[in-house]
Design a protein around this ligand. Structure first.
Ligand SMILES: *Cc1c(COP(=O)(O)O)cnc(C)c1O
Length: 394
């Protein structure tokens, strides 16, 4: 493993402070490194592999599609994309789908659709977007421009421009940034990367009402909190506060790189048209075969029921841990998207957990984030807690 790591550090651009393990294969909620050591996985590739590793039905579906055709082009129709779009519309309640290769690209498309919608109304090219402080929407320029972390943006300025930042769960802060040029408000229904902050029901309703009054589009980024993680297919469904545009990715393909932005018919009919947007790979047959099978398995295996059953238990066990240690100041999050806030950096704790066979990840320097596969059991939660307990303050 050491030799692999040395070679990686010579060849790969150092844009990650990687944990010192080389992962090799997975089985259920466990991963194995190249030395054969077993790890309980509470990260799932950052909220991606919802179904657990080595799911036979999922693997077989991909293999079958590989044997048929992997890629064609968006200039032709393909059956997996048609099936995936139908199923995605059904679970989301949205009307139109555009498939992308990643989360960031879904955000790019959402921003373009929102700007085009405003452009078609008044012909102006100076529309503004309101985004949230502490938000994370991805690393490409459009997505980065609406990411509420100045540290990620500054070295790459100028951004796309005309973006203003407000505070989550503070409608007055949004109103203070509102102008007659505002075309969209973008937010994560539950902030992930930025520290596991859920948007409150009251705030979502207020933002929705504001958008309706002013004909501003509400873009909900469900890339991390979507796909069942909060106990609802999409987190906004808990409150019924429907977006005009929604982004989804991460668990959507369960590891095959794919995302999507979805629009209501009203936005679809008044924004992007032929020639406005495109992608070579987005929604290719292999990616869409993955989406289709993931959505089938969510239903067949009652994935969301499992989240609802296990999440309160995870929450309870994390609360117990918080009571035990003064250095844990808060537990935040919802469903199987939880965070423990420490009063010091958590890197050392995560390193110790790795040594003891537990994979965890941070969200910011002082928060441990828990985004396990959605198929975990209470027993897995107990196993995680008992390892983590030995890594804190030791
Ligand atoms: C991960 C993430 C993104 C970016 O997705 P990529 O696939 O990494 O481009 C965007 N928004 C949210 C909320 C995310 O968690």
């Amino acid at each position: 493993m050491k030799a692999y790591i040395e070679e990686a550090e010579r060849d790969l651009l150092h844009t990650y402070n990687r944990y010192q393990i080389v992962l090799d294969r997975g089985e259920g909620v466990y991963l194995y490194d190249t030395d054969g050591k077993k790890y309980l996985d509470f990260v799932s590739g950052i909220a991606v592999f919802a179904l657990g590793y080595g799911n036979k039905e999922y693997n077989d579906a991909l293999k079958a599609q590989i044997d048929k055709v992997i890629h064609t082009s968006n200039y032709y129709y393909n059956v997996p994309a048609i099936e995936a779009a139908r199923k995605l519309k059904k679970v989301s309640g949205m009307d139109r789908v555009f498939f992308t290769n990643s989360g960031a690209e879904a955000v790019e498309g959402a921003i373009k659709a929102a700007r085009k919608y405003a452009y078609l109304k008044d012909g102006c090219t100076d529309h503004e977007i309101i985004a949230m402080n502490h938000s994370f929407h991805g690393r490409t320029f459009g997505a980065l421009s609406v990411t509420g972390n100045p540290k990620y943006r500054e070295p790459f300025e100028p951004m796309i421009g005309h973006v203003k930042f407000a505070d989550l769960n503070d409608i007055d802060s949004i109103k203070s940034q509102l102008t007659d040029k505002t075309c969209a408000i973008i937010l994560e229904t539950v902030q992930g990367e930025g520290g596991l902050y859920p948007a409150s029901e009251e705030f979502l309703r207020q933002v929705r009402a504001l958008c309706d009054e002013e004909d501003i589009l509400l873009i909900l980024d469900e890339i991390q909190c979507g796909m069942g993680r909060t106990g609802y297919m999409y987190a906004w469904q808990k409150y019924g506060v429907k977006p005009d545009i929604m982004t989804t990715a991460k668990a959507l393909g369960c590891g095959v790189p794919v995302g999507a932005f979805l629009l209501t018919e009203k936005v679809a009919a008044n924004s992007l048209v032929a020639g406005d947007h495109g992608t070579t790979y987005g929604g290719n047959p292999l990616a869409c075969a993955a989406i289709e099978k993931v959505l089938d398995l969510f239903e067949k295996d009652h994935i969301i029921d499992n989240v609802r059953e296990v999440a309160p238990y995870l929450e309870q066990r994390l609360e117990e841990l918080k009571s035990k240690y003064d250095c844990i100041t808060e537990r935040r999050g919802t469903g199987l998207m939880q965070g423990l806030v420490f009063d010091h950096p958590v890197r050392e704790i995560i390193d110790r957990a790795l040594e003891k066979g537990l994979i965890l990840i941070n969200a910011g320097a002082e928060i441990i984030r828990f985004v396990p596969p959605l198929v975990i059991t209470r027993k897995n939660v107990d196993e995680m807690i008992s390892i983590l307990d030995t890594c804190i303050g030791s």
